[in-house]
Design a protein around this ligand. Structure first.
Ligand code: ATP
Ligand code: MG
Length: 379
């Protein structure tokens, strides 16, 4: 059964005057699924959550929750709980009252409310703050109250808008694991917005990548898929550049030779690079972009090095467990992950081994050519 279904959803805050924020949004979210929305700031992630919650109207299209048509149903009757990016706590109420407020509105009795609020506060490390007002809490503590307020409602669908963004690194990791456990325990549908790649990759059953709507575009929904599917086979340059950290490197060039299983790309720098992609829809001379992830390069003498790209060292970052070297290839920035402590002197030349099956290839419109092999490092 599908739990949240969006059909051709359009959102415009000022129809006729402003541009659409969302267009052509088709999503079929299953019961119990954990779906993560990602995309650059301003692309409409919060807007999409708010339309599901009923806090914003849908300009066009249809929304169903649990098979019921929801376009005109008020938020309280949708069975959803939302954690807002801005917390939206009641300033005059203490933490206990904030967390229990939704239940009080539903006329639940005091003892019942306490039965839900107390263990949730315990889980979130808020027990000793229960009598405090929000203004006497840190940003991270307020965020946890907002999460708690949603949890106690036990909704069918959780809508979480960057719920961990104000927590410090260690609490963030702990809360991420708590959310994963909670999802497992409750089996509830969760829709979650984040800018954090690790959260998206680890929590999601499926990731939805949104982009700022380009004028004339049919939709700003770029791709929906399992985390590794998006990482391995992005449909276009936008998704390729968005999923993965550090980001994929891009170099411009043209198609040189085209075979059935692979092709040769001549980069603007003059280097020839073999790519395991089916570029038979293109022709020699077509402008293309080559994509290569920082973690997918190899040493020159490695058996998987099919081609060589040479860059100039700009900066080396040694993080202990790994090192990154930031290069310039032609005029393009290019980052490679190398063995920890690999020496790299500024302004020196640095050769990179490039496996053909680690390369991604995009046409002039940014559409990905089909990859014929997927890189697996063999060392
Ligand atoms: N109430 C509103 N009235 C008019 N425009 C709005 C309103 N809320 C958001 N917008 C606009 O809609 C677009 C999408 O905003 P939204 O808050 O959904 O982005 P977002 O993807 O959540 O961004 P961020 O990652 O920064 O939170 C932005 O251009 C924003 O300025
Ligand atoms: Mg937002």
């Amino acid at each position: 059964m599908s739990n949240v279904l969006l059909k051709n959803v359009v959102k415009n805050y000022n129809p006729g005057k402003a541009r659409d924020v969302l267009r052509g949004i088709n999503l079929d979210i299953k019961e119990g699924e954990f779906v993560v929305f990602v995309g650059p700031s301003g692309c409409g992630k919060s807007t999409l959550l708010r339309t599901i919650a009923g806090l914003d109207d849908i300009t066009d299209g249809e929304l169903y929750i649990g098979d019921a048509f929801m376009n005109d149903v008020p938020p309280v009757d949708r069975g959803v709980g939302m954690v807002f990016q801005s917390y939206a706590l009641y300033p005059h109420m203490d933490v206990r009252a904030n967390m229990g407020f939704g239940l009080k509105l539903k006329k639940m009795d005091k003892a019942e409310i306490a039965k839900r609020v107390d263990p949730t506060a315990e889980l979130l490390g808020l027990t000793k703050f229960l009598d405090r007002k929000p203004k006497a809490l840190s940003g991270g503590q307020r965020q946890r109250v907002a999460i708690g307020r949603c949890l106690v409602q036990q909704p069918r669908v959780f809508l979480l808008d960057e719920p961990l963004s104000n927590l410090d690194a260690s609490l963030r990791v702990k809360m991420r694991m708590e959310i994963a456990k909670l999802h497992e325990r409750l089996g509830a549908t969760m829709i979650y917005v984040t800018h954090d790649q690790v959260e998206a990759m680890t929590l999601a059953d499926r990731i939805v990548v949104l982009s700022p709507l380009a004028s004339g575009a049919a939709t700003n929904l770029e791709q929906v898929g399992a985390p590794l599917e998006l990482y391995r086979t992005p449909v276009n340059r936008f998704v390729a550049g968005f999923i993965g950290s550090p980001k994929m490197n891009f170099l411009t060039g043209m198609l040189d030779e085209i075979g059935a299983e692979s092709c040769i790309v001549k980069l603007d720098t003059g280097s020839l690079v073999k790519v395991s992609a089916d570029a038979s829809s293109g022709k020699p001379g077509d402008q293309v972009e080559l994509g290569l992830r920082p973690e997918h390069t190899v040493l020159l003498d490695h058996p998987q090095a099919d081609s060589i790209i040479t860059g100039t060292v700009k900066l080396a970052e040694h993080l202990g467990s790994e090192s990154f070297i930031h290069l310039e290839v032609g005029c393009a920035p290019f980052t490679v992950r190398v063995r920890p402590g690999t020496p790299a002197k500024a302004d020196s030349q640095f050769d990179i081994g490039v496996p053909a099956d680690a390369c991604y290839l995009f046409d002039a419109d940014g559409k990905a050519f089909k990859r014929t092999e997927i890189f697996v490092r063999k060392d």
